[in-house]
Ligand binder design. Structure first.
Ligand code: UFG
Length: 331
């Protein structure tokens, strides 16, 4: 199939491009490189362009005639979304509507959307299944939930079929060491601890040790980037085989605390990390763990890298590579 990957130069998108190419799909990446990296797109066609540019979208669809679209291009920082809701709604909502418009114009009716666990807000229960109420706590989560509603309406009105995948904590890196996480600024726990272990950062701050969890630190569900991407492939098959629009939670189903992640990084890297105990971060629920049974049963998704040490090992391999690259540049 011809798959248009919007945001294919970013962390998740670039791993997706690699997996699609390995599965013999034709890939067109569209990315404005605002946070992605051109060299992370390892094959297929690359178009530098923006979802706000309707002429560019028209040209991409006219020239490449994709059969399906995967959409990874959004802003993802919760705190920033509170300070700058305008850019979050413009990019995550308005620009996604542009993309859906052009899809309808060209009769492209298969869409896979990167949604988030942030659509749930503070959970009533864990693990969180798809029936859990949606009460997002910030503009980021609300922007994603808005598109989920749009997609449900477009399915009814226009027969545009979609799968929304609610990611819990995407982590890890390409096991072959070719790709990994390169956010700037980095805000995610695992890469920050790895940077502290490699010496690129002085320390790591733990945001709160007084939560109602066994060791007092927050619990999250870390899902390996390869497993996350394989769920998109499974979702593509599902849509190709006539599956109805639906949404699925994507996680491991097992939670790890911030302290457990710290321990795993120190074990895998063999380095001691300087830890500073800080206050709680605003809006952090104590536990976020997915119930991803529906993705396994309906999409036939089979995650393989489910243990934390493997996730950390692959991310550490990538961190070492970044460190080597940085030292070569400065030498
Ligand atoms: N944490 C620290 N110190 C840090 C960074 C994070 O202690 O320097 C803690 C956080 O407080 C949290 C855990 O580590 O308890 C994980 O934090 P991340 O920032 O890595 O990830 P989040 O769980 O906050 O966010 C993820 C996605 C978001 C998504 C959210 C859904 O990155 O895009 O899950 O709830 F919105």
């Amino acid at each position: 199939m011809k798959v248009l990957v919007v945001g294919g130069a970013g962390y998740i998108g670039s791993h997706m491009v690699k997996m699609l190419l390995n599965a013999n799909h034709q890939v067109i990446t569209l990315d404005n490189l605002s946070s992605g990296h051109r060299d992370a797109v390892i094959g297929g066609v690359f178009v530098e362009g923006d979802l706000a540019d309707n002429d560019c979208l028209y040209r991409v669809f006219e020239e490449h005639k994709p059969d399906a679209v995967m959409h990874f291009a959004s802003f993802i920082q919760v705190g920033e979304s509170v300070r700058k809701p305008d850019i979050y709604y413009r990019n995550n909502v308005t620009n996604t509507l542009n993309l859906l418009d052009i899809m309808l114009k060209f009769n492209v009716k298969k869409f896979i959307f990167s949604s988030t666990a942030a659509v749930f807000g503070e959970p009533d229960y864990v693990p969180i299944d798809e029936a859990h109420p949606n009460r997002p706590l910030n503009p980021y989560g609300r922007s994603k939930l808005m598109i989920e509603h749009v997609l449900a309406d477009y399915a009814k009105a226009f027969d545009l079929r979609s799968v929304c995948l609610r990611y819990f904590n995407a982590a890890g890196a390409d096991p072959e060491g070719q790709l990994g996480e390169r956010h700037d600024p980095e805000t995610h726990l695992i890469p920050l601890i790895l940077q502290a272990a490699s010496g690129r950062r002085e320390n790591i701050q733990v945001f709160g040790r007084d939560y109602d969890t066994p060791d007092g630190t927050c619990i999250r569900d870390y899902i390996h980037i390869v497993d996350l991407c394989s769920a998109h492939l499974a979702a593509l098959d599902y849509l190709v085989n006539g599956g109805e629009s639906d949404r699925f939670n994507l996680g491991n189903g097992s939670g790890f605390s911030v302290q457990e992640v710290l321990d795993a990084v120190q074990k895998v890297s063999g380095k001691q990390v300087k830890v500073i105990d800080g206050p709680r971060r605003d809006g952090d629920p104590a536990r976020l763990v997915a119930d991803a049974k529906r993705a396994r049963s309906v999409l036939n998704w089979k995650p393989v890298f489910t243990d934390l040490e493997t996730i950390v090992k692959h991310a550490w391999q990538w961190e070492i590579k970044c460190l080597d690259r940085a030292s070569k540049v400065s030498a």
